[in-house]
Design a protein around this ligand. Structure first.
Ligand SMILES: Nc1ncnc2c1ncn2[C@@H]1O[C@H](COP(=O)(O)OP(=O)(O)OP(=O)(O)O)[C@@H](O)[C@H]1O
Ligand SMILES: [Mg+2]
Length: 334
């Protein structure tokens, strides 16, 4: 049995389920947001027994002991009932959260794509850049600092332009607790700096540290989706419209940009596979750029990045590879 941990909006989960059906492998979807309102989880512990089961909304019961592989996507947090008193929300949220963590622990025998703890550790962009450089990948020169003088020294030492980009998430907004959805007020993109934005920005560093990076003159953006020991590379023609030149996500419809399957030089492909392996992951969405100098630069890796649009626009068979990888964990035929 393969358990997919995700949410209702996750179209990719449904595509992978179709591929698992083709392989004849039993699977179930656990929408974390449905717990505890629409699905139930029971964990019965004793000195000689340990049973954990999930009942999903269709009424089917999944025994944790039957699960051979877990595909952990990016589930929404559990949704609490609306009628809970405001002063009970924090308490309730932590009870629910702890229960879900207990469920994940009960699935510890299964093969996880990806292990949750590794997702957390691997998500740090400074760690990623350090590791990529150690593996021999080309990285843009980078500083993360709250020290104005160090930042100025960095900017002055670079003989090209500099970009600013966030490292902890790109959305600004408000919410009163982790159980509520963020009300997004703004999105921060990779931004090319000029003298005046550098001066203004450096003065704010004691309020919020920042990542500055050598601006790479790009030929292409490249997305490499790694599944186990396979790498699926796609080129994104980001330099064809002015608004997508610095950050291709700024376009009105980024999927309107030309996308094509891309053949990476074998050593770069090897480095991408090694990076994912070194982070103890089996899935990773890696952002590279191909510079006008012909070099491939590593930017970042998302351990649970999206890939659906890459498959739609290029035909690269990523869903099939994911299903195959999950099935190889010894999932029982349905
Ligand atoms: N040093 C750089 N030079 C030129 N372009 C860059 C640089 N860093 C990022 N970009 C561009 O910014 C966009 C987003 O890049 P990247 O994935 O590194 O940003 P991010 O904010 O870390 O993204 P995510 O939200 O996916 O975590 C891409 O179009 C990429 O080419
Ligand atoms: Mg990215």
């Amino acid at each position: 049995m393969i358990l997919i941990v995700s949410d209702r909006k996750d179209i990719q989960a449904y595509y992978v389920m179709v591929e698992l059906d083709t392989l004849g492998i039993a699977h179930s979807l656990f929408n974390v947001a449905d717990f505890p309102t629409k699905s139930s989880v029971s964990q019965v512990l004793g000195n000689t027994s340990d049973h954990c089961s999930i009942t999903v909304d269709g009424g089917s019961i999944i025994r944790a002991s039957d699960v051979t592989a877990v595909w952990y996507r990016k589930p929404d947090p559990p949704k609490m009932r609306q009628d809970i008193d405001p002063d009970e929300r924090e308490f309730t949220f932590h009870e629910i959260h702890s229960g879900v963590q207990g469920l994940y622990d009960a699935l510890g025998h299964a093969r996880w794509m990806n292990p949750i703890e590794q997702v957390r550790i691997s998500s740090n962009k400074l760690k990623q850049l350090r590791l990529a450089a150690r593996l021999g990948m080309q990285i843009p020169r980078t500083i993360f600092t709250n020290d104005e003088r160090e930042a100025r020294k960095f900017v002055d030492s670079i003989d090209c332009k500099v970009v600013y980009k966030p490292i902890g998430g790109r959305y600004l907004g408000t919410r009163s607790g982790p159980w509520e959805e963020l009300i997004v007020t703004r999105e921060i993109y990779t931004t090319l700096l000029d003298e005046s934005t550098i001066d203004a920005g450096l003065q704010r560093l004691s309020m919020c540290p920042a990542l500055l990076q050598q601006h790479i003159e790009k030929a292409l953006d490249i997305r490499v989706t790694v599944v186990g020991d396979k790498a699926f590379s796609a080129e994104i023609h980001s330099q064809t419209t002015p608004e997508t030149t610095i950050d291709w996500r700024r376009g009105k419809d980024p999927s309107a940009l030309e996308h094509k399957a891309h053949e990476l030089p074998p050593h770069v492909e090897r480095q991408c596979l090694d990076l994912v392996k070194s982070l103890a992951l089996t899935f990773g969405a890696i952002d590279l750029v191909k510079g006008k100098d012909g070099r491939y630069y590593f930017l970042e890796i998302n351990p649970n990045g999206q890939y659906g649009w890459v498959e739609d626009l290029t035909g690269l068979a990523i869903n099939k590879a994911i299903a195959g990888h999950l099935a190889n964990s010894g999932g029982r035929r349905s």
